[in-house]
Structure formats: structure tokens, C-alpha cells
Design a protein around this ligand. Structure first.
Ligand code: ADP
Ligand code: MG
Ligand code: ZN
Length: 486
């Protein structure tokens, strides 16, 4: 793309809400059941069946809305969006309009310096987020001669989050999506499973000359079910539109689908073929009225948000951006980290253990932190021994930690029983250093001739001679003295 053009991107995200039942009936909201076993007259659209709004879905929408810093509407209404499709039994989708439960929020992302010209976070505005029902699913791959319909998903609660066209690159789009996903999962608003359709994204993209204020014609890209696809599809689409414009052509307003196998977007329907949904107010549902007290309760119930938490960890514990982000991926993991940091007195050491040994153990066992056998206090006892230099990090990791996992006892008792305590006694270390210097005349001569990188080798020899129990700091000091003495 020529530098004179700028990409404008706005995302529409559908989040399936983590409720027990569907949005307007008592059918179970769960993925994976046998087709058409979670249906009733309401979600099948049988004549005369009446919808009743699920209060839990409202609460979850409210929760995410507040986390997005949005204005919660005291009164919002439901509309019918009408179209024909085999997986839509009523012939219309119940959605919100013209006012949504959630209006005017925002989400902070790290800005893309490549397009912003400077580092630093940017606020992406959110136009609105509305409650609506999901459609069923057409199954095209079950029979060679027919398409089957599964209505288990019909009526599952969705929150559609309409982002403003504030994103400026595929990288920013992907960062926005990840931040939103993290929030959804963190708050327990949705499961956020992308493969199962629990978190879906349509991307709108247009180009404009950098010196122009008005937006260009936009294209909507559908079927983006991974963060990577969003980035790839937008990059492809930006390239396609740029080529058209640079050749003096025009972009057609249309809906395109992402073909992941070929790596291209393909036209699905043009503006001329766009549907008129004939929206009108849903007569079977009263307005959704949210009392001030409900909003206050939802606000009080909100935990510290991931962004704030990461900021606090960076300031209080000196963690890096990536460390904090990794620790935050799973709320239970983050909670364990906080407990561990508090118990051992060092956030930095706690982070090292969480991202190192604890993660390794969980990977090996294929479990989450919920199934991790050690209480934070038990692991903290081990970390405190290392921090107080009673135990070397290597011994802690290789000898004591496995014993802790095997349930052989508490850290202090294990160290005493196995005689693993770190040796910081200078006398003992001086004797070992003298031995190692005498046994390695070659490296010592080379060191003195200027090859200082050999110090590491010599330290290693001393540590080895000490059975891995020597305090490396004291070893380094004593060794330096020995080498200097010549
Ligand atoms: P529709 O009702 O057709 O879905 P909306 O006004 O709801 O249209 O906008 C849908 C999405 O398109 C929003 O996420 C918005 O940010 C984005 N959008 C609107 N105009 C543009 C544009 N010119 N370029 C890129 N994205 C845009
Ligand atoms: Mg829309
Ligand atoms: Zn039902």
C-alpha cells in the first residue's frame, strides 16, 4: 500500500453469554449436545409461544458494559430483525434497537506505532453493545445430498459489541480483539471459545487518503474465527482495496468471506443485494428497564480489571509487559500468582516460578491451576528459602520442588532432611576454589591473559565441586579474589 493511504477498521463482535438457559426460554445453553435436543416451542418459533427475557443475560451484558466504561441505558427495547433463513425458525431474530442496553464504551489497546507514528496506548470507542439471540446452525457436511439444521443454538444469548471505526491496522484489530476476549473470559461473561463460535468477529475495513477526513467505502469481512485470520484477512483486504484505488478504480460496498485455505476474501453479497430487515418493535416483550440499584450492584461486583491489574503488577513487582500479560491469561492462574506473591514476599520471584516450574508442571500434566497440587503457601515456603539464600535456585528447582510435588513434605523439612541447605560459609568455599584453580591451570592462565569469559566456566567447576549447594554469589566473590591474587 502506498504511504498516502490509511486503513480504517471497525469490528463487530458477537459474544455468546455464559448463562444456564437461552435468552427467551428455559432450554439449556450448552455446546455439543445431540442436534435438536435443546429446543422448545419458544426457540422453535411455534405459533403462540411467548419469549421471557433471561435476567442472567442482562446481568452479564451489564457487567461487560460497565467494564467497558459504557453508559448503561435505564430503558432499552427489543426489535425484530426479519429475514428468511432455514436456521431461523421464527423468520426473525430478536435483537435490540434503536437503543441498546450498553451505549458508548471504550477499550484501551497498545497503539500500533507503525501507523500512529508514536508509541503508547489508544482508546478504541465502542458504539454500543446489544442483547440478541443466536440463530441455529446449518450442517452442510453431514449428508452429500442435503443440508441439515440443528436448532440447539437458536435462542442462545449473544451480546453484539459494535466497535467504532477507530482501528488503523490489522495489528490493532487483533490487539483489540484479544483485549476484548480477555475481558469477556476474565469477567466470566462468556467462555470465549473461538472454535465453537462462542466469540465471533466481523471486520469492516475501508481506505482513505491520509489527508482526507471522510471515510472511504467499506467492505465487511465475515467468518473470522481466529485472531490470526482477522489479521490475515484484513491485510489481504487492505492490499486488495489499495490495488483497486491505486489503479484508479473504486471499492464496491459488499460483504466478503474469508477463505482460510486460499488466504483470500471472496465476494458474498453486494450492496444492491443487501437485505431490508424491516425492523419493528417486538410486541411480545416489554422494554428492558434496569434499575439504578442493579447497575450499582453490578458495578460493586466488578473485580479489578486486567489492565489495571497488569499496571499494578508492573509498578509493585517490576514485572515486564509480557510477563504480566501471560500471568493474566487465566483468572485462576492470576489469582494463584497474587496469593503466591503475597505469601513469599517477592512478586518478581513468584512470577519466575509461575512462568517457569508451575507452568511446566501444568503443561506436563495437561491440567489447569485448579488441579495444581501445591497450595500457594507451600510453594512460597520454598521460594522464601531461595530468596533468603538458604537454598540455591538450582537445588530448589531440581531437588526440592519435585519432592514437594510428590507430597514428601514441606520445603524446610525436606531441605533439612536431605542436607540441601546452601553453603555460604567462606572457609568451605575458599577451599573448593583453591582446589578448582589448582586443577585448571590452563583456563586460569588464559583468564589472566585476558580471556575473562572463562570466569563462568570456573564458577561452574566450583559449583559442581560443591554438589550444587554453594551460594553462587559468594563463589563468584571468592573466585575473583583468587584469580586477582595470581
Ligand atoms: P451496519 O448497520 O451496516 O452493520 P454500522 O453502522 O452498525 O453498520 O457499522 C458496522 C461496523 O462498521 C462498525 O463496527 C463500524 O465501526 C464499522 N464501520 C463503519 N464505517 C466504516 C468505514 N468507513 N470503514 C471501516 N469500518 C467502518
Ligand atoms: Mg451491524
Ligand atoms: Zn427453547
Amino acid at each position: 500500500m502506498k504511504p498516502g493511504l490509511e486503513a480504517i477498521i471497525g469490528l463487530e463482535v458477537h459474544v455468546q453469554l455464559r448463562t444456564r438457559s437461552k435468552l427467551f426460554c428455559a432450554c439449556r445453553n450448552a455446546y455439543g449436545a445431540a442436534p435438536n435436543t435443546q429446543t422448545c416451542p419458544v426457540c422453535l418459533g411455534l405459533p403462540g409461544a411467548l419469549p421471557v427475557l433471561n435476567a442472567e443475560a442482562v446481568r452479564l451484558g451489564l457487567r461487560l458494559g460497565l467494564a467497558l466504561g459504557a453508559r448503561i441505558q435505564a430503558r432499552s427495547t427489543f426489535y425484530r430483525k426479519q429475514y428468511f433463513y432455514p436456521d431461523l425458525p421464527k423468520g426473525y431474530q430478536i435483537t435490540q434497537g434503536p437503543v441498546a442496553l450498553v451505549e458508548e464504551g471504550r477499550l484501551e489497546i497498545p497503539g500500533d506505532p507503525a501507523v500512529r507514528g508514536s508509541e503508547g496506548p489508544v482508546q478504541i470507542r465502542i458504539e454500543r453493545a446489544h442483547l440478541e439471540e443466536d440463530a441455529g446452525k446449518s450442517l452442510h457436511d453431514q449428508r452429500p445430498d442435503a443440508t441439515l439444521v440443528d436448532l440447539n443454538r437458536a435462542g442462545v444469548p449473544l451480546l453484539e459489541i459494535v466497535g467504532s471505526p477507530d482501528l488503523r491496522s490489522p495489528q490493532e484489530a487483533s490487539d483489540y480483539l484479544k483485549a476484548l476476549h480477555r475481558l469477556v473470559v476474565f469477567l466470566g461473561v462468556g467462555e470465549g471459545n473461538l472454535e465453537e463460535g462462542g466469540f465471533r468477529c466481523d471486520a469492516n475495513v475501508s481506505l482513505r487518503p491520509r489527508d482526507q477526513e471522510a471515510f472511504g467505502t467499506r467492505v465487511e469481512v465475515k467468518n473470522l474465527n481466529s485472531f490470526r485470520f482477522v489479521k490475515q484477512a484484513l491485510a489481504f483486504e487492505i492490499g486488495r482495496q489499495a490495488a483497486l484505488l491505486e489503479a484508479g478504480g473504486a471499492v464496491a460496498q459488499e460483504t466478503r468471506g474469508w477463505d482460510a485455505e486460499v488466504g483470500e476474501t471472496r465476494s458474498q453479497r453486494t450492496k444492491e443485494a443487501a437485505m431490508d430487515y424491516r425492523y419493528f418493535p417486538e410486541p411480545d416483550l416489554p422494554a428492558l428497564v434496569v434499575a439504578e440499584a442493579e447497575i450499582a450492584a453490578a458495578r460493586a461486583d466488578l473485580p479489578e480489571l486486567p489492565e489495571a491489574r497488569a499496571r499494578r503488577w508492573r509498578a509493585a513487582y517490576g514485572l515486564g509487559e509480557d510477563e504480566a500479560a501471560t500471568l493474566l491469561q487465566d483468572p485462576a492462574f492470576a489469582a494463584y500468582f497474587e496469593a503466591l506473591a503475597a505469601a513469599c514476599g517477592s512478586g518478581k520471584a513468584a512470577a519466575t516460578w509461575m512462568l517457569g516450574e508451575v507452568s511446566r508442571t501444568l503443561n506436563e500434566r495437561g491440567t489447569g491451576i485448579d488441579a495444581y497440587p501445591l497450595a500457594p503457601e507451600a510453594l512460597a515456603e520454598l521460594i522464601r528459602l531461595v530468596e533468603a539464600r538458604h537454598l540455591s535456585f538450582g537445588t530448589a528447582k531440581d531437588r526440592v520442588y519435585p519432592a514437594l510435588l510428590a507430597g514428601e513434605g514441606r520445603a524446610e523439612a525436606l531441605v533439612a532432611a536431605k542436607g540441601l541447605a546452601q553453603v555460604s560459609d567462606r572457609g568451605a568455599i575458599e577451599a573448593l576454589v583453591a582446589q578448582v584453580l589448582a586443577a585448571n591451570p590452563g583456563p586460569v592462565a588464559q583468564f589472566r591473559a585476558g580471556k575473562t569469559s572463562l570466569q563462568g566456566f570456573l564458577v561452574g567447576q566450583v559449583l559442581k565441586a560443591g554438589g550444587g549447594r554453594l551460594d553462587p554469589k559468594v563463589v563468584n566473590e571468592v573466585l575473583e579474589e583468587g584469580l586477582a591474587r595470581g
